[in-house]
Design a protein around this ligand. Structure first.
Ligand SMILES: Nc1ncnc2c1ncn2[C@@H]1O[C@H](COP(=O)(O)OP(=O)(O)OP(=O)(O)O)[C@@H](O)[C@H]1O
Length: 588
């Protein structure tokens, strides 16, 4: 079955921890066998002692109490110790598996970002990364170990009985195997649907909650909180219903288990009693078989639950492998190119289409930027400006034409190498919910304290940070909520200073700031531009005078290019019309 292939694959992923896993399973086996040994020996010992007592002083003196009593003590101590060690080892194994799975999954999805993950909602990805992986983790503790241990314990315990009376050994084997297979299969049949549905509904709810929390402002403004709540309540009711069904199935499993244990006890007594009556079995062995049988059922006790988990585990494995198996939308170059001799950018007749988009976002694009030049890309919304940044940073692949950096085609550079040469500053530059220091170190992990301060000084933020109670160790809040818009952008500038790349892409960097802050911000950006190639993406005329050349874009292609003064002087130019409209909107 395709689904079981996922489970085998999961086991293969766990291979590096097989000794931990097997160690935990063996300790679990030892615990069960110690209990079985304790019960069989006690049964036999108590009955023998009683019979010896009945036989009078002579028999009593011949009877060796010491050895069986020591055996009982040994089994009891082993059971306590092995249970304790089993918990330690299985927990250790569980945590190791968990971290391996998380890291493995993360390394699979990282190369997919952003193009390959575009179709997934962030709540969905979060749910897969956290909850599904937790569920998969159950596989070891609740499915793999119980099955392995049940199989081995059944063989050993039935084999022990068979050493005395083969028919009793056989009966125990058959009835334990039936219980261990039939009850779990029944549980699975009854519980698989609900169990898989639970995984699905929980994932759906998590996705919706993350979405709703992110958009809480809009939901409240649109007075839609009631509707969102209603939807969540409905899903919650569906979830509870499935959980109730599953609890019912668990009840059937427990009842079935008791029934089978008692039935087996009866069968074994029915086989043993006639043997005792015929004197072919010493009477003291009767309680040994009876108590041993009751202890033997510990081996299969966890199996119905294990099969119930199988449905959830399969569903979770499917969801994890579904993403992990996605091929990146385009291959990454295998090995780094030598450092380019210069950082000239040449784009010629280039077409870029986003995955599943009906038409090209960049069409027959031509654009040149010599190292050290500053160019601006101007255009209305949707003209394709940010797509140029996506192209240069290799977030998306181009289908036709050529784009070169330092004379080498972009697709011949591994993405990581290429991105070293670029710094991107945009209105969306993300601040992580951490300290200012951590947010800066993102750009240069080994930066010294003094370098951080120098970068902050250049971003005109040093004074502000000095005034904070914890200085660099102040938390910026999620997305930088503890900072003003201007301060958050300046942290992004400081990061760019630290990265110190030869090419700077500014994608509407001052968008969303008030006019005064914006003017000051653009002023400070100038210092950042010094000595670097600059690609300044904007839909407004602000700050264009300093640029060596301006490319005006519409519908994915360059419509005109030239210096600001040249284009402004041409009455038929888009830029001219743009300026006449007040410089706030361009009509493509
Ligand atoms: N990730 C994406 N997947 C699919 N289509 C996209 C994607 N990003 C952009 N597009 C589409 O490509 C076209 C160009 O978008 P782009 O973001 O480059 O425009 P822009 O000029 O930067 O606009 P704005 O000024 O609004 O940011 C648009 O039609 C847009 O819908």
């Amino acid at each position: 079955m395709a689904n079981n292939r996922d489970l085998w694959r999961l086991l293969r992923l766990f291979a590096p921890y097989r000794w931990w896993m097997l160690g935990g399973a063996l300790l679990s086996l030892l615990t069960i066998l110690a209990n079985f040994g304790l019960m069989t020996l006690s049964g036999w010992f108590l009955a023998s002692a009683a019979l010896a007592g009945l036989g009078g002083w002579a028999t009593l003196n011949q009877y060796n109490f010491f050895l069986p009593a020591a055996g009982v003590r040994a089994f009891a101590t082993t059971r306590v110790l092995s249970r304790w060690l089993e918990r330690i080892v299985t927990h250790e194994a569980t945590f190791r598996l968990l971290s391996r799975l998380r890291v493995w999954f993360y390394t699979r999805i990282e190369p997919l970002a952003p193009a390959g993950l575009q179709g997934f909602r962030s709540g969905d990805l979060l749910s897969r990364l956290v909850a599904d992986i937790d569920t998969l983790n159950n596989f070891y503790l609740r499915v793999f170990t119980p099955f392995l241990v049940a199989g081995l314990a059944t063989l050993l315990m039935a084999g022990f009985f068979a050493l005395y009376v083969w028919s009793i050994g056989l009966a125990l084997f058959v009835l334990l195997a039936l219980t261990g297979l039939l009850l779990p299969l029944l549980s699975e049949r009854l519980g698989a649907r609900s169990s898989a549905e639970i995984t699905r509904i929980q994932a759906e709810m998590r996705t919706q909650i993350v979405d709703a929390l992110q958009g809480m402002g809009e939901i409240l403004t649109a007075n839609a909180a009631g509707r969102v709540q209603e939807q969540l309540l409905q899903e919650n009711a569906a979830l509870l219903e499935r959980q109730r069904r599953l609890a019912g199935v668990a009840g059937i499993g427990t009842a079935g288990m008791s029934f089978m244990a008692n039935l087996t006890l009866w069968v074994i007594l029915l086989l043993a009693i006639p043997l005792v009556a015929r004197h072919s079995l010493p009477p003291a062995q009767l309680p040994m078989f009876a108590l041993g049988t009751m202890a033997a059922f510990e081996a299969v006790l966890a199996l119905p639950l294990a099969f119930q988990f199988l449905g959830q585990t399969r569903a979770a494995a499917r969801r994890i492998f579904e993403i992990a198996d996605q091929e990146p939308l385009f291959p990454d170059a295998p090995k780094p190119l030598p450092e380019p001799a210069n950082f000239d950018i040449e784009i010629h007749d280039l077409h870029l289409r986003y995955p599943e988009a009906p038409e090209d976002a960049l069409r027959s694009l031509d654009l040149q930027v010599r190292q050290g030049e500053r160019i601006a890309i101007l255009g209305a919304t949707g003209a394709g400006k940010s797509s140029i940044a996506n192209l240069l940073l290799r977030f998306y692949d181009y289908q036709a034409g050529s784009a070169r950096l330092g004379g080498q085609e972009l697709r011949d550079y591994p993405g990581d190498q290429l991105r070293q040469y670029f710094a991107l500053l945009s209105q969306r530059s993300h601040l992580f919910h951490s300290t200012i220091r951590d947010n800066l170190l993102l750009a240069k992990g080994d930066a010294e304290e003094e370098e951080l301060w120098a970068a902050l000084r250049q971003a005109q933020l040093a004074e502000f940070v000095e005034g904070l109670p914890q200085g660099l160790d102040n938390i910026v809040g999620e997305g930088g909520v503890n900072l003003s818009g201007g301060q958050a952008r300046r942290i992004a500038i400081a990061r760019t200073v630290l990265k110190n790349s030869p090419i700077l892409i500014l994608d509407e960097p001052s968008e969303g700031l008030d006019a005064l802050t914006e003017a000051k911000f653009l002023q400070d950006l100038r210092r950042l531009m010094q000595g670097r190639t600059v690609i300044y993406i904007t839909h407004r005329l602000l700050g264009l005078e300093d640029m060596d050349r301006i490319y005006v874009m519409a519908e994915g292609r360059v419509q005109e290019s030239g210096s600001y003064a040249e284009l402004l002087a041409r009455p038929d130019s888009l830029l001219h019309r743009f300026a006449q409209l007040g410089g706030t909107l361009i009509d493509s």
